[in-house]
Design a protein around this ligand. Structure first.
Ligand code: SF4
Ligand code: ZN
Length: 310
């Protein structure tokens, strides 16, 4: 049986059904829809302007490699000259090596500079060391790693003279974070999800998430259609039981009621906007490392003190 014809061009057979809109899309209309949506999201939330210097955080997963490929097209159209790919090497043996090669080859193909920054050089320990030094599993691998990664990307962007950090977070990621923040009582963090970037820190960096309005499954499909090779192996320290639960929860809701994720995202936008304007800014200096912090000692230094205490 042949596929229904594309609902956009009425010309080619469709290869993708978008349940929440009822559209059937051919390959080129699907690809165009993702690139167009990314571009519109950037404009809608004033994520970029002429003269910006863009660093894309590229891990080797489907989101970040797809983002890099689309950002290359967008920056060329906008005549933005500075685009670099930053890769953070957490130092997880047997896992990170494959993605480092993947990213290096993909960047060479796109003619984009790839700069690698490692935890070991920045913090004196990699994730393998951190896991063996932590006092208990209550200090979860992803919370240590997430704190280090945020700082590592900031340092990387500053060192390279970039002022915008683009990451591949998609709509599903943000919904999961939203619910995790609610169930763990971290209500202020919901404000951080709001997509319009605010400059932070002493170097006036901006973080942007151009995929924030796109479903995860559509990014996977985009990467496959564009033959973007991505790492699918999971990190051995993956400790995301709540996040996986949230992912399953939203996926099963979406299956029964297509569009429910997008509706929830729209509520998230309103709530995060209200909280965003009342959030504390990182205006203090950490007394240990000198980086910006909401408290006297930043979370990176707190973690390092605990991990080095034996
Ligand atoms: Fe780091 Fe957790 Fe991601 Fe592994 S899964 S790279 S530990 S944040
Ligand atoms: Zn510090």
């Amino acid at each position: 049986m042949s596929q229904p014809v594309c609902s956009k061009c009425y010309n080619k057979n469709s290869i993708y059904f978008r349940p929440y809109s009822g559209e059937y899309l051919c390959k080129s209309c699907f690809i165009f829809s993702i690139e167009e949506k990314t571009s519109r999201t950037i404009s809608k939330f004033s994520m970029m302007r002429y003269g910006d210097r863009i660093a894309v955080g590229v891990s080797g997963g489907k989101d970040s490699l797809s983002l890099l490929s689309i950002m290359k097209k967008i920056t060329e159209r906008k005549n933005i000259k500075d685009l670099v790919a930053i890769t953070i090497d957490e130092g997880i043996s047997g896992y990170r090596e494959e993605s480092l090669t993947l990213v290096k080859d993909f960047c060479a193909k796109l003619n984009i500079k790839n700069e690698i920054f490692g935890y070991k050089d920045l913090f004196g320990m990699n994730m393998d060391n951190a896991i063996s030094s932590r006092p208990s599993e209550k200090m979860t691998s992803c919370s240590i790693c997430g704190t280090f990664r945020r700082r590592a990307i900031d340092i990387a962007a500053q060192n390279l003279g970039m002022n915008v950090i683009a990451t591949g977070h998609n709509l599903d990621d943000q919904l999961q974070s939203f619910l995790i923040n609610i169930v763990s009582g971290d209500v202020n963090r919901i404000g951080w999800i709001y997509p319009e970037p605010i400059q932070y820190g002493f170097h006036h960096l901006k973080k942007i998430k151009p995929f924030i309005e796109i479903y995860e499954r559509e990014i996977v499909f985009y990467a496959l259609q564009q033959n973007i090779p991505f790492q699918s192996e999971q990190c051995p320290y993956m400790n995301e039981s709540i996040r996986s639960d949230m992912r399953n929860f939203f996926n099963s809701l979406e299956e029964q009621r297509p569009g429910i994720k997008y509706n929830t995202y729209k509520s998230l936008l309103k709530i995060s906007k209200m909280l965003n304007s009342s959030n504390d800014s990182l205006s203090n200096k950490c007394s240990t490392c000198g980086h910006e912090s909401t408290n006297g000692i930043c979370s990176v230094c707190k973690n390092l003190m605990i991990l080095r205490s034996d």
